[in-house]
Design a protein around this ligand. Structure first.
Ligand code: LHQ
Length: 262
């Protein structure tokens, strides 16, 4: 598939998925969502990719649904439910289920479904120029693309509900304070820090990270007893992996491990 609204490249184990409608703050179109789905499916199958970064070109990360699609005749009237089911819902699920670390490089504003996109990622690294808003209520909608599920898990119920029913904007410092992002970096250092972190993730034991992500996701709907058993099963599986063998060998030889992701 030829990408027009996303730039995708793989460098040193990192898949860089850059939303590319900078004039519109990378607002999501039907086309962009289908390109994103293609990138996500490709990354999942590509052994050369051990970390995926989702970021935006220009001054925005993603301003959510492109609101002109409601009027521009792309799908008029846009069947909103189907649009979500066939596009954004699949995109969010694909990110959450991607068996590798997924990093949101929040370079600028993240609004509406754009915020949900960042929330679906495992780690959020933000530029100090970033800002965040559950924009939906401003246009008479409810959060979608998992916003109701993801945001309370990230910042807690009370803050999530407040942000969702006010649509108020949160700046990067406040986002860090409430746990909405993991790290805030000065805009001038953002690209380098993001690349450094993604590079580190791409050298990590990918299967262990994928399993940690899956187990922690499951734990939110399981009992402790069930989680303990799943941990035992997963650990037994990972204990047979080449990366575990390498990790132990490197420890005993007092050198840094060279993980291959297997
Ligand atoms: C945009 C957008 C945009 C088009 C900026 N669309 N052009 C809902 C319904 C149905 C189906 C599926 O999903 C959804 C989920 C959703 O995501 S609903 C929420 C949609 N998003 C919004 O309501 C956010 C709308 N945007 C804004 O409130 C502002 O643009 C923010 C606060 C994000 C940024 O403000 P500024 O920094 O002041 O930038 P700006 O407003 O001047 O925007 C720059 C350009 O980008 C401008 O275009 P122009 O041609 O005038 O320069 C905007 O029109 C365009 N743009 N967001 N979502």
């Amino acid at each position: 598939m030829e990408y027009e609204e996303i730039d995708y490249r793989v460098e040193d184990g990192v898949g860089w998925m850059r939303l590319r409608r900078p004039d519109k703050l990378n607002a999501l179109t039907t086309r962009m969502a289908s390109e994103a789905l293609d990138v996500l499916a490709g990354a999942r199958e590509d052994e050369a990719v051990r970390c995926l970064v989702i970021t935006g070109e220009g001054r925005g990360f993603c301003a959510g649904q492109d609101l002109t699609e409601f009027t521009a005749g792309v799908a008029t009237p846009l069947d909103v439910g189907e649009h979500l089911r066939s596009g954004y819902n699949r995109m969010i699920t694909a990110i959450v289920e991607l068996p590798m670390p997924v990093v949101a490089g929040v370079n600028g504003v993240a609004a509406g479904a754009g915020l949900s996109l960042a929330l679906a990622c495992d780690v959020r690294i933000a530029s100090d120029a970033a800002r965040f808003l559950q924009a939906f209520v401003r246009i008479g909608l409810v959060p979608d693309s998992g916003g109701n599920w993801l945001l309370p898990r990230v910042v807690g119920y009370a803050k999530a509900l407040e942000l969702s029913i006010t649509g108020d904007q949160v700046d990067a410092a406040e986002a860090l304070r409430i746990g909405l992002v993991n790290r805030v970096v000065p805009a001038e250092e953002f690209d380098a820090e993001l690349a450094e972190f993604a590079g580190r993730m791409a050298q990590a034991p990918t299967r262990a990270i994928a399993a940690a992500k899956e187990l922690m996701g499951q734990s939110l709907r399981l009992t402790l007893t069930e989680t303990l058993e799943r941990e035992a099963l997963t650990q037994a599986d990972l204990a047979g992996s080449p990366d575990f063998a390498e990790g132990v060998r490197a420890f005993l030889e007092k050198r840094p491990p060279k993980f291959t992701g297997r």
